[in-house]
Design a protein around this ligand. Structure first.
Ligand code: IPE
Ligand code: IPE
Ligand code: MG
Length: 230
C-alpha cells in the first residue's frame, strides 16, 4: 500500500537500536539494556497513539539477531513472554490490534504461541495498530512472497505481489526512525520503505522519550514528500 502524504505519518516504523550500548555506558549487562528498551516500548506505544498516529511498526528482532549468543536471546525471550502476558492483552482490550510480521517458527514454541494467541484475539478494525517485526528480514520476506506468487502463477504486479508480504493490509511506513546512531535499515521493511522518510538519531532506544518523538514528528511535518513528482 502506498505511503500517504500528510502532517502525521499514518504508519510510523521504529528500528529500536542501542539497548546494548545504553547498558554498557552504565556498566550493566546487555540484558538490562533490553529490559529498559521494553519499558520504553510500553511508554512509547501510549505516546504514539496519543499523537494520533494509527500504525506503529516496531523492529523487535531481526533474522540476523538470531545469531547473537544464546544467553542474550534467552533474555529477549523472557521479555517477549512478559510483554505478551502483561502488556499486550491489555492493549488488545483497549482497542489495539497487535500483529506480528516475521517467522515465528524459529522462536521457542511457548513464545510463538503467546504471540499468536494475542494476535488472534485482536480486532482488525481496532483504533490503533501495533505491529512487531520478530525474526523479521526484508529480503526473506520478499523471497517468501516471490515463492508464494510463483505458486499462484500468473503475472506479478506490484499490487498483487504486496499481497504476499507479511504486511498485507498495513500501510507502508511514512516515516522510519532509527535510534542508536547507525545509518542503515538493517533489513527492515525493504519493499515497504521505498518512499519512507528516514530519520536517524543518536539517542539510544531506552532514552527515546516523548520529547524525542515530538522532535521526530516535527521534522516529518517539515519534509517535502514528492514521490518522484516536481
Ligand atoms: C537493539 O539493541 C535491540 C535488538 C536488536 C534486539 P541492540 O542490542 O542492537 O543494542 P546495541 O546496538 O548493541 O547498542
Ligand atoms: C537492528 O539492530 C535490528 C533491531 C533493532 C531489531 P541491529 O543492532 O541488529 O543492527 P546492526 O547489526 O547494527 O545492523
Ligand atoms: Mg544494535
Amino acid at each position: 500500500m502506498q505511503s500517504a502524504p500528510g502532517v502525521l505519518p499514518v504508519n510510523l516504523g521504529i528500528i529500536m537500536d542501542g539497548n546494548g550500548r545504553w547498558a554498557k555506558r552504565r556498566f550493566l549487562p546487555r540484558s538490562l539494556g533490553h529490559d529498559a528498551g521494553m519499558k520504553r516500548i510500553v511508554k512509547l506505544v501510549d505516546s504514539v497513539r496519543a499523537a494520533g498516529i494509527k500504525y506503529l511498526t516496531l523492529y523487535a528482532l531481526s533474522t540476523e539477531n538470531l545469531s547473537r549468543p544464546q544467553e542474550e536471546l534467552d533474555g529477549l525471550y523472557v521479555l517477549f513472554r512478559r510483554y505478551f502476558e502483561e502488556y499486550a492483552p491489555r492493549l488488545v482490550e483497549s482497542d489495539v490490534e497487535i500483529r506480528i510480521i516475521g517467522d515465528l517458527s524459529a522462536l521457542p514454541q511457548d513464545v510463538a504461541e503467546k504471540m499468536t494467541a494475542v494476535c488472534a484475539r485482536s480486532k482488525k478494525d481496532a483504533a490503533f495498530h501495533l505491529v512487531f517485526a520478530v525474526n523479521y528480514g526484508g529480503r526473506a520476506e520478499i523471497v517468501r512472497a516471490a515463492n508464494l506468487a510463483a505458486e499462484m502463477g500468473g503475472k506479478v504486479t506490484e499490487e498483487n505481489f504486496s499481497r504476499f508480504l507479511y504486511t498485507w493490509g498495513i500501510p507502508d511506513p511514512d516515516m522510519i526512525i532509527r535510534t542508536g546512531g547507525e545509518l542503515r535499515l538493517s533489513n527492515f521493511l525493504l519493499w515497504q520503505s521505498a518512499y519512507s522518510e528516514l530519520y536517524f538519531t543518536d539517542t539510544l532506544f531506552p532514552d527515546f522519550d516523548e520529547k524525542e518523538l515530538g522532535r521526530a514528528l516535527r521534522e516529518y511535518a517539515r519534509r517535502n514528500r514528492r514521490f518522484g513528482r516536481v
